[in-house]
Design a protein around this ligand. Structure first.
Ligand SMILES: *Cc1c(COP(=O)(O)O)cnc(C)c1O
Length: 360
């Protein structure tokens, strides 16, 4: 790693691609002859409008987003979407939520403030699996089915989307956004807080089918209506200009390295290095069902809390940062998002192997 940078295994905010950071550095004080930094630029300027337009266009190309979907850049992170989704999409006041971990649990709590929520959960086994959703009992007047497609904390991911029986599918893709090809037409709404897999914190990308954007919500605060953001091209007020700019760079970078197919291949290789190690280790083991293991967040444990803590301290001292597991799962967690180089994962595994050999 250059510049004394560390392999950062944080669940978010997380690593960004080094070539992108270098480009940002180049443009930091004077963006392409504009005489100012993007940080100092009016969001109403032609220069910035071009940055937004290109970011959206590149994302559309990357994901193959159909024309009938709007791409919105909204502030408030993924968390605000927990509220905006039920407020905007619950026409009949009903939704089905699949609870597969901490993030869907939070989304459910917010949705319950707005309407009636049917919950299907994997809580009985501490969210180590994804419930079978091939034949759900979905009431006729359900407005949508909600999933968290990759549970950042528990480390599970959906291999096959739920059968929504024709209802709108809403997905929180925060910790897997742009990690693999995505068929946008399968969804009514996809959203992602960008600080996990794309850029700096403080923004969400929402991809919403146009017919779901309502204009009969006058009683809802204007900022909480998707219509407001859609009508204003994500610039009803000052947007998170910096995040839009950085994310745009990452979209372009992903295109340049071969798009989502290419990054998916790399992510599979990286995850395989991690899981192959865990599967043969006598000291460490993964915590979730093999079929639904995440390519992005890999939680694992030893036999004791004391040893877990010892490993975390040793990895940190060796230059592998942020491996402490979330408090609800314990143990360790390696988040290996798009920007984590394969060498980072290989180096971590080599270190863990050595640790295991020296401590058994
Ligand atoms: C991190 C995360 C969130 C919350 O994101 P914020 O931008 O901090 O609000 C929501 N969902 C998932 C799956 C996450 O990983």
């Amino acid at each position: 790693m250059k510049y004394g940078r560390t392999f950062n295994f944080s669940a978010g905010p997380a690593m960004m691609p080094e070539p992108v950071l270098e480009e940002i550095r180049e443009e930091l004080l004077n963006y392409r002859g504009s005489g100012m930094s993007v940080m100092e630029m009016s969001h109403r300027s032609a220069v910035f409008q071009k940055i937004v337009d290109e970011a959206e266009q590149d994302l559309r190309e990357l994901m193959g987003i159909p024309e009938k979907y709007k791409v919105l850049f909204i502030q408030g992170g993924a968390t605000l979407q927990f509220s905006m989704i039920p407020m905007n999409l619950m026409k009949n006041g009903k939704a089905v939520y699949i609870e597969t971990g901490a993030w869907s649990k939070k989304a459910i709590a917010e949705a319950k403030k707005v309407g009636e929520v049917t919950v299907i959960s994997s809580k009985d086994k501490n969210y180590t699996y994804i419930p079978d959703c091939s034949d759900l009992d979905i009431p006729e007047d359900t407005d949508y089915v909600y999933i968290c497609e990759n549970e950042t904390i528990h480390g599970t991911t959906w291999q096959k989307l739920p059968n929504t029986k024709g209802k709108v599918l809403v997905s929180d893709q925060s910790s897997m956004f742009l990690s693999k090809p995505c068929n946008v037409s399968d969804y009514g709404l996809i959203y992602a807080g960008v600080q996990k897999n794309v850029g700096p914190a403080g923004m969400v990308v929402a991809i919403i089918r146009e017919d779901l954007i309502r204009d009969d919500l006058d009683n809802l605060p204007v900022y909480l209506q998707y219509k407001t953001h859609a009508d204003a091209g994500s610039m009803y007020n000052t947007p998170n200009c910096w995040a839009i700019y950085c994310c745009g760079k990452v979209f372009r970078y992903l295109k340049s390295i071969g798009g989502l197919e290419a990054i998916n291949k790399l992510n599979e290789e990286k995850a395989k290095v991690m899981y192959d190690f865990l599967d043969q280790s006598r000291m460490f083991r993964g915590t979730v069902d093999k079929e639904v293991r995440s390519l992005m967040n890999v939680p694992f444990v030893t036999e004791s809390k004391e040893l877990d803590a010892e490993v975390v301290a040793a990895t940190k001292a060796a230059g592998y940062d942020n491996l402490k597991g979330h408090k609800s799962v314990g143990g360790l967690r390696a988040s290996i998002y798009n920007a984590m180089p394969k060498e980072g994962v290989e180096a971590l595994v080599a270190f863990l192997k050595k640790f295991e050999a020296e401590h058994s």
